[in-house]
Design a protein around this ligand. Structure first.
Ligand code: F6R
Length: 364
């Protein structure tokens, strides 16, 4: 089943260009360059608020989607981890869309949150990878990911497929709300179509990442920094690393560094910075300099332009293709997955079956 791969996780990381293309093919019409969502028996243009609920990696996909829904469709978004959601007695107004994101479709807290929202009259949309799951059955709008079965306990390909669906949904909502012209829609679709090739270009750096894993493997703690839609990717990178390599890792919004975590920085703490070149780049670079001034060792993940500007003096750099900001979160998922993977392999941990973890968390 694993073919030439050593682990399911590795195989699933490398499947991403194909499964993302597969997923996108049911959400876009490439010839017309338009977005295509499944039929629904409610009016999406009436949606004036979105509540996103999910756990773990799926929650981080939701955090990225919040940027997209707000930027493109100008719809306000609330987002919670499922285990907190019901207990804060959320205010759910009529006309709201509650969106649940889950690979398994069975995560107990997410399912309970779905039922809570349904009882409160919210319209229920789900992004799930298992089409026969409880969440899929209970949805008003089912948005499947076509990642295929995910065996590795650490989620990888399900995440990038979730992002692909959520980007298409954001574009569709923006159209419904009259916030997107037909030309802008075509432009978004063109960027999405480029995602599989960009994922391939990111995967081409597998060997570089494998070669630098020994620099991170001895660390006791690792920090991940990102800004904007790359902030959830920093959280995802930290989660992947701690799950499979058992190294303590934290993700932070780059600008939060100086509000506390900078106190942790010394020569022994690698800091992984996710920073595609673009409008947010300069700010992140200055946060990176603050780390370096305190002896911190930076692993910079950026494109050629970003690395030319700020790569010097880093512990290591990982080059990503230069991509449109819309697809950057999909592309930057690859190096953080591969880094966690190779560090875990270097440490000799059980990559596919990390201790204490289950693939599907069916208890609250
Ligand atoms: C992380 C991971 C978990 C899951 C979480 C939600 O690698 O796999 O954090 O993302 O348990 O699971 P689903 O998406 O099945 O609801």
């Amino acid at each position: 089943e694993k073919g030439n791969y050593r682990h399911y996780m590795q195989k699933e990381i490398f499947e991403q260009p194909v499964v993302v293309a597969q997923t996108l093919s049911s959400y876009i019409r490439p010839l017309e360059q338009t977005v295509a969502l499944p039929q629904m028996d409610f009016d999406l243009s009436a949606i004036d608020r979105i509540t996103i609920v999910a756990c773990g990696t799926s929650y981080y996909a939701g955090m990225v989607a919040k940027y997209w829904f707000e930027t493109f469709a100008r719809i306000p978004v609330d987002i919670d981890v499922a285990s907190e959601f019901r207990y804060r007695d959320p205010v759910l107004q009529p006309g709201g869309l509650a969106l649940f994101i889950s690979q398994s479709g069975e995560t107990a807290d997410t399912l309970a949150a779905l039922r809570h929202c349904k009882a409160q009259g919210q319209t229920i949309a789900v992004v799930v990878n298992v089409p026969t799951s409880s969440m899929a059955r209970e949805a008003d709008l089912l948005l499947p990911t076509h990642a295929g079965p995910e065996i590795g306990v650490a989620s990888t390909k399900a995440f990038t497929c979730q992002l692909a669906v959520l980007a298409a949904l954001a574009a569709h909502l923006a159209l419904c709300k009259g916030k997107l012209s037909a030309e802008e829609e075509r432009e978004i679709v063109r960027h999405l179509i480029e995602a599989p090739a960009a994922l391939n270009a990111a995967l081409a750096h597998d060997e570089d990442i494998s070669a630098m894993a020994h620099l991170v493997a001895p660390a006791r703690d690792v920090l991940y920094l990102g800004r904007g839609p790359d902030y959830p990717l920093a959280l995802e990178g930290a989660l992947k690393l701690k799950e499979i390599s058992y190294i303590h890792a934290e993700g932070y919004a780059s600008g939060e560094m100086k509000h506390g975590p900078i106190a942790l920085i010394d020569e022994a703490v690698p800091v992984v910075v996710l920073a595609p070149s673009g409008p947010l780049f300069e700010k992140t670079v200055s946060n990176m300099q603050e780390v370096r001034a305190r002896g911190g060792k930076v692993v910079l993940i950026s494109d050629a332009e970003g690395l030319a500007e700020a790569g010097e003096g880093c512990l290591a750099t990982i080059e990503m293709p230069k991509v449109h900001p819309l697809i950057a979160p999909l592309v930057y998922a690859v190096p953080v997955q591969l880094l966690a993977y190779h560090v875990a392999v270097a440490k000799g941990t059980d990559v596919d079956q990390p201790r204490n973890l289950a693939k599907s968390v069916t208890v609250e």
